[in-house]
Design a protein around this ligand. Sequence first.
Ligand SMILES: *Cc1c(COP(=O)(O)O)cnc(C)c1O
Length: 361
Amino acid sequence: MADGIQPQPGIMDIALYKGGASHLDGVSNVLKLSSNENPLGPSDAAKEAVVRATHDLNRYPSTDHAALRTAISEVWDVDPDRVFCGVGSGEVLKLLADAYAGPGDEVVFTEHGFAMYPIYARACGATPVVVPENERVVDVDAILAACGPKTKLVFIANPANPTGTMIGAAEVTRLAEGLPSQALLVLDGAYAEFVDGFDAGKALVEARQNVVMSRTFSKIYGLGGMRVGWGYGPQAVIDVLNRIRGPFNMSSAALAAAEAAVRDTAHTEKCRIENAKWRDWLANALAELGVPSDTSTANFILARFTDEAEAVACDAHLQTAGIIVRKVAGYGLPHCLRITVGDESACRRVAHAVAQFKGAV
Ligand SMILES: *Cc1c(COP(=O)(O)O)cnc(C)c1O
């Protein structure tokens, strides 16, 4: 390529995002616990909706996503006019960065924050600002101390990935109230549905002008393959996002699947209850083997080992047992492994393999 042709500043500083691995050479019956996917899969109604959508694949999809926004508004008691639908919540987060930050601006997130936040920041030319956490918990004071006149966006996930920890509503409110006037707080609620009764920041979005929340169909709804997410924010922000998204960003199959999934509240509830049950069982089983974790509010646990060498060795042992979990050294947690909560047999298989590793069986 001609030397003169160069991407925008910042883009070549981006390291490629690595998704959770999904296969192991020479191993059949692989158990993938590296991407926080729902072991129960999506609602049957969502699968049927995808099949029905095949009858109209020659037609362009809805541009206003009205049916899905209506379903979301009915189930989550939000204003449908302020719901924005994206290709995964990733698109919502990326468009927020593209719309509100650029060269010379700062995007703030925490040291163990989601690996996509620095990518969104660099892709729009902004400068990522990484803030310490307090023992794997988002530290509101540290974030506020890092904010200044250049801060345009603050990203936090609540519950957080990969720590699984949360901060309470009073802390989130204090964060929103303390930000400089030109900064928008983005509450990434990818795991919000795993927390019983949690509003994911909805009340704060409605009470203020500087808070947006994002949600996804990739986690509790079991639709990671369909790529659907949504955002909820002040009307002015939603209007901005609608100006820069593709008019047909959501496929008709994805819209139909998500609408059916969000309306199947019985399936969502079942997934939440099963997850909590087996998450707590797995955390206890590993703790008894000398592998502690912070109390998780999501669909994974962050298992802590003595040091990096032990985490690496345990990961290798799990692989020989056909189990793929997530190394999180890139998140500043080299002594930890993030393990998705699978179904009962998956959790028993993990506990057994860790027991073997620890010499307990
Ligand atoms: C999985 C995850 C998402 C979801 O991404 P999608 O694009 O909706 O699939 C967003 N944020 C965090 C923190 C996640 O872990």
